[in-house]
Design a protein around this ligand. Structure first.
Ligand code: SAH
Length: 510
């Protein structure tokens, strides 16, 4: 049991890739996770299932929980012996009231630590291509808040005094008072022509940036309809953006893409999409539940030594099978001298991860191609084969092998189950905002998408997505259920699926 402690942890600007290793590790250990509005939901995936998650929200003007109650909550959970992670957007000590929380913890004798994070100004600058300092034009940086406490107890900002030459000004929470701030900085002596930028949702797929001058930024921002949360950056360094901007060039930036794989597999596709700038809505329609028929399991493992081939039809099957094997025998050698076949590269990779060679992988990842490749060995007559599958696997492979006079045992090692979606945050976002595209990587996902149509029904303002498929079999299922196939991957791989999506969206724009 880790010691009870409260960690004030910077959650960075949004992109989960921008939190520290320490933050990720602590989220995984937390008994209690306290987070607010600007913390990306993506980070919550790292918690253990039994972690208590407390949302203390804080959209401008609306506090889900008042500051002193948040502090009391931290103290209370600490006294209950918990490891508490208080996640705060950006860095906890930059306009995050982290100072107040730390002070309360210190005064109440609570053991605590502080983990810094990437503050929004640094992220906005990096992701908009604006260096905050530059040898020729900016030798200092000011971080300032534009939001002044209406109760007037907080210190106020003397904007005119901030009008210093060769300085970059980063304004947090400045959107509500931008016209006034711009006017005051000009009155303080800054050139109205000074380049200025506003970066909304920095580091996320929905990032938007507008560039103007100090004088024209308020008008540009309202014309472009940029709203909080956004960072305002004023200074000559903004001029470098013309040449340095990089993030907004990504092909899928600003696109929302729904991914329908199960939770275990969604990550790989999601990270490929995110690398191209997309915002990913995870719709875990399916979950993989390890499950076997005990009799079949006994039989297969009892005869393991007599099989000539073991054939895997999915990476999930590989994972579940080796879990079973190791739980039983505690030693990989119990697999014996079987030859190994995999339906495709992804499945083969999962096998190789156990330091095993895969003897056959067909070039196209279909059951038919796998059957052909096995039959082509010319040695199937009377050969014993075990086919490791899920509960939904098609019979094509087994039938073809039987026709080739092999003796085939089918060994289902997992079940594919539907996930409840009505409260799921990804599904909720999908209903509200819709998506540019929805991607299907298996027939079972297509079917459960249709089954769960009610929980995924788009609201009145939701964007209708185009639909893409990983290959001919999935496409066929889509057509069968009456779904259009707007694009299909050229090869049955995740990369090819992402490429097909980029191409399709690009052609729709053109
Ligand atoms: N502690 C946080 C700041 C909290 S104040 C930090 O260090 O970043 C909240 C303000 O931060 C917002 O009003 C906005 O100005 C800025 N902000 C936070 N996340 C942002 C993002 N992803 N993009 C742009 N600005 C952001």
């Amino acid at each position: 049991m880790p010691e009870p402690k409260v960690y004030l942890v910077g959650a960075g600007p949004g992109d989960p890739g921008l939190v520290t290793l320490r933050a990720r590790e602590l989220i995984g250990q937390a008994d209690v996770l306290v987070y607010d509005y600007l913390v990306d939901p993506g980070l919550l995936r790292w918690c253990e299932e039994d972690c208590e998650q407390v949302y203390v929200g804080k959209k401008a003007g609306f506090h889900a929980l008042p500051q002193d109650e948040i502090e009391a909550l931290l103290v209370d959970r600490f006294r209950a012996g918990k490891l508490v992670v208080r996640l705060k957007g950006g860095d906890p000590f930059v306009f995050g009231r982290g100072g107040e929380e730390a002070r309360r913890l210190a005064e109440d004798g609570v053991d605590f630590e502080i983990v810094p994070g990437v503050s929004a100004s640094l992220a906005a600058a990096a992701f908009a291509g604006i260096p905050l300092t530059h040898r020729d034009t900016a030798s200092s940086v000011i971080l300032v808040t534009g939001h002044e406490d209406p109760s007037k107890t907080a210190v106020s900002v003397d904007w005119r005094a901030l009008a210093v030459p060769n300085t970059t000004i980063c304004i947090y929470m400045g959107m509500g008072r931008l016209p006034e701030i711009s006017r005051e900085l000009i009155l303080g002596g800054l050139d109205p022509e000074t380049p200025a930028a506003c970066v909304q949702w920095a580091s996320l797929g929905r990032q938007r940036t507008c560039v103007a001058t100090l004088a024209t930024l308020p008008e540009a921002v309202s014309r472009e309809r940029l709203t909080a949360p956004a960072m305002i950056i004023v200074g000559d360094v903004v001029g470098f953006r013309d040449t340095i901007a990089w993030f907004e060039k990504k092909p899928l930036l600003g696109r929302k893409v729904a991914v329908t794989r199960n939770r275990e597999q969604a990550g790989k596709l999601a990270s490929r999409l995110e690398a191209k700038g997309a915002e990913v809505l995870r719709l875990p329609l399916l979950s993989i539940v390890p499950a076997t028929d005990p009799e079949v399991e006994e039989e297969v493992f009892g005869e393991l030594g007599s099989y000539e081939w073991i054939v895997f039809s999915s990476a999930n099957g590989v994972r579940c099978f080796f879990d079973l094997l190791i739980r039983r025998y505690d030693d990989l050698r119990s697999l014996g001298m079987l030859r190994i076949a995999a339906v495709g590269e992804a499945t083969a990779r999962a096998i190789r991860a156990h330091h095993l060679r895969v003897d056959i992988v067909p070039t196209r990842a279909t059951a038919e191609d796998l059957a052909d490749a096995l039959i082509a060995t010319g040695e199937l007559d009377s050969a014993k084969i075990v086919v490791v599958t899920g509960n939904l696997g098609r019979d094509v492979l087994i039938n073809r092998l039987n026709e080739a006079r092999a003796i085939v045992d089918r060994f289902p090692v997992y079940r594919t189950e539907k996930t409840g979606l009505s409260d799921h945050p990804g599904a909720q976002a999908f209903r509200e905002t819709g998506a540019d595209a929805v991607l299907f990587t298996s027939s079972s996902a297509v079917r459960s998408f249709v089954d769960q149509a009610e929980a995924l029904k788009p609201g009145p303002d939701a964007k209708r997505p185009i639909a893409g498929s990983i290959g001919p079999i999935t496409s066929k299922t889509m057509r069968k259920v009456g779904m259009p196939v707007d694009f299909e991957a050229k090869k049955s791989t995740l990369d090819a699926l992402v490429d097909a999506l980029c191409e399709k969206l690009g052609s729709l724009d053109a």
